[in-house]
Design a protein. Structure first.
Length: 379
């Protein structure tokens, strides 16, 4: 499934593990906190990030309107940063003869200088890289770093994922969506726009060589995140036919190495398919994944991969049923997606974007031990 047209799966998990201890999974930002700002009946959180103060940046799109909101870590003190109309106004001011009518705020992250950074790569228009100052009053200042200008395409056309380290955005490009090749590139988020250039980090050949069983159509990287050591981790999980392998991309050199083969994870889970919409790595090196597009045991659950190296890892699972029981939700309407790690609190966050009883932003402690998860590893 292509994240550009994501429809969250909703498969009820089997009873494959004992119930999670009380308090393992908690709600950080409930639906009520989001609707209090948006005025909508329901919330539809689609993405999130954590700033240097531990505040939660939430993208909500209920009612067909993209919004960026900010909350304290307990869901209080919610503020409105900007919305789709503000962003479109900034884009169309620099698009020349082009007019963008809609955007999707994807892959939101926070730069070292405090700016919020996101990419828009939904296939419905030019692919954009935009920064927004992290402030509510006055509203955040919007700067267009990359977009199309008249007949000149966006430098990041073909964007299917991104993350930020320091003040640099690392963008996954896909040749099937307008890029010259499947690759990972770097863009200075403070470079003059609206057509800031990129630096190639990892090319298609290097990425394909590191993954296993890759289709002839190339890789489709995404999601992507910062590693615990300041490099990049990325899943080949952004489309049908992808391997769902997780790779490590060394910075600044761009050397690519396989961390976890999808068949290892699937074998641990006893399933035939996984599919990530979010990954993060905690300070101890464990990789956490929102397994939105998996099947059977892993669908809509959270995976914790420990000791990832050379294609193998110890896999542990927080299944959808355990998550739902912890937060009082209905498993059939949950959908774990996106991820963010906060080193100051050791929390691993994700959004529940599943259905009518969305719970907003959820979290689990980094210190959650294997005994508190379902262990399936036989490595």
């Amino acid at each position: 499934m292509n994240v550009r047209t994501c429809v969250t799966c909703s498969v009820i998990l089997g009873a494959l593990a004992a119930a999670a201890p009380a308090g393992v999974i908690q709600v950080a930002v409930p639906e009520a906190s989001i609707t209090a700002l948006t005025g909508q009946i329901d919330a539809q959180p689609e993405d999130m990030a954590v700033d240097a103060l531990g505040r939660l940046i939430v993208v909500d799109e209920q009612g067909g309107i993209e919004r960026i909101l900010r909350f304290d870590s307990d869901g209080s003190n919610g503020v409105f940063i900007c919305d789709e109309a503000d962003i479109l106004s900034a884009l169309n001011a620099v698009n020349g003869t082009l007019t963008q009518a809609a955007i999707t705020i994807n892959n939101i992250a926070v730069a070292t200088d405090g700016d919020l950074v996101f990419t828009n790569g939904d296939g419905g228009g030019p692919d954009n890289l935009v920064t927004v100052s992290n402030q509510a009053s006055p509203a955040g200042t919007i700067t267009v770093v990359c977009t199309a200008v008249s007949a000149s395409p966006s430098p990041i056309e073909g964007c299917v994922g991104s993350t930020v380290i320091g003040n640099t955005a690392y963008v996954c490009l896909n040749g099937a969506f307008g890029a010259a090749q499947d690759s990972v590139v770097a863009v200075d988020t403070n470079a003059p726009g609206p057509q800031a250039p990129f630096t190639l980090i990892a090319n298609q050949a290097a990425l394909e060589a590191a993954t296993t069983g890759e289709s002839a159509g190339g890789i489709n990287l995404g999601p992507i995140a910062a590693s615990a050591m300041g490099d990049l981790i990325a899943a080949d999980s952004n489309g049908a036919g992808t391997t769902d392998d997780i790779v490590l991309i060394d910075l600044p050199g761009g050397t690519v190495a396989l961390l976890v083969d999808d068949t290892d994870t699937e074998g641990d889970l006893g399933t035939t398919d996984i599919g990530y919409t979010g990954i993060a790595q905690d300070s101890a090196g464990a990789i956490w994944g929102a397994n939105t597009f998996g099947t059977a045991a892993g669908d809509d659950g959270i995976l914790k991969l420990v000791g990832a190296s050379g294609g193998a890892a110890f896999t542990h699972l927080l299944p959808e049923t355990q998550i739902a029981a912890s937060v009082g939700a209905t498993p059939a309407t949950m959908g774990a997606a996106r991820m963010a790690y906060d080193p100051s609190s050791s929390r691993v966050y994700w959004v529940d974007q599943g259905g009518s009883d969305r719970e907003g932003v959820l979290f689990v402690s980094q210190a959650t031990v294997p005994a508190e998860l379902s262990g399936f590893n036989a490595d």
